[in-house]
Design a protein around this ligand. Structure first.
Ligand code: COA
Length: 206
């Protein structure tokens, strides 16, 4: 989708299915069924899925039959929660996605997530999109707690959480079936959290 077309679309995620919010370099819009090919390309990079599947890329069939439908079922425009395609403003390319969804292990909490193409890493893009989402979650959606989890070894992701002002809340160990052949040490996970009352709006420039 061309950036100029997207600029004409409605901006408020609560009432519009298209653009959810915008940042300096990104347009976050609701994920759709048409994103299957881009999701497949994203997940076909072993480095991208290293801490998610142990580095085993998802097949096109898995994306189409289970992964994309699961992402779409988490989309609830009325609550403002869901999966959002990250479109790089300058190129118009889909470079990954973010989510704000009900945390599966504690539905009263909202979980932040992100996944970007390797070519987009290391430029602060994840932090930029995530910061806009947590600001939106606290300021507009009335969310009281936002959490994020990852494997302890995923230092890039942890660094993003820290830059967002999130703090370590708990640790856990993933099931062996999730990471076949990985040691218990390598399956250690970390959960970070940020409460609305502790959120410093100045980080978002407000
Ligand atoms: C996690 C992810 C979204 C981060 O994206 P990103 O755009 O590179 O993130 P940012 O540039 O905003 O920040 C990355 C931070 O990690 C730091 N970092 C990068 N490589 C690092 C390394 N090997 N060790 C320690 N820190 C590292 C960067 O320096 C940066 O911190 P800084 O701004 O203080 O310098 C991206 O790596 C990704 O999509 N990974 C695959 C999917 C994934 O693991 N998602 C998270 C699952 S919970």
């Amino acid at each position: 989708m061309r950036a100029e077309r997207m600029d004409r679309l409605v901006l408020d995620g609560r009432s519009a299915p298209e653009i959810y919010l915008e940042t300096e370099r990104l347009i976050l819009r609701w994920l759709t069924e048409d994103d299957e090919a881009d999701l497949f390309e994203l997940d076909s990079d072993p480095a991208v899925v290293r801490y998610l599947t142990g580095g085993v890329p998802h097949t096109r069939k898995e994306i189409a039959s289970s992964i994309l439908p699961r992402y779409l079922s988490a989309c609830n425009p009325e609550r403002g929660l869901g999966f959002f395609a990250a479109i790089e403003r300058v190129s118009g390319d889909l470079i990954g996605w973010f989510h704000l969804r009900r945390y599966p292990y504690e539905p009263s909490e909202v979980e932040l997530g992100y996944r970007l193409r390797q070519s987009a890493w290391g430029r602060g893009v994840a932090t930029e999109g995530a910061l806009a989402l947590i600001d939106h979650g606290f300021s507009r959606l009335g969310v009281s707690k936002i959490v994020a989890d990852t494997l302890a070894a995923n230092v890039r992701s942890r660094r993003v959480m820290e830059k967002l002002g999130m703090t370590l809340e708990s640790e856990f160990v993933c099931e062996p079936r999730e990471f076949p052949g990985w040691s218990e040490q390598d399956r250690r996970g970390v959960k970070y959290a940020l409460l609305a009352k502790d959120y410093d709006r100045s980080r978002h420039g407000g």
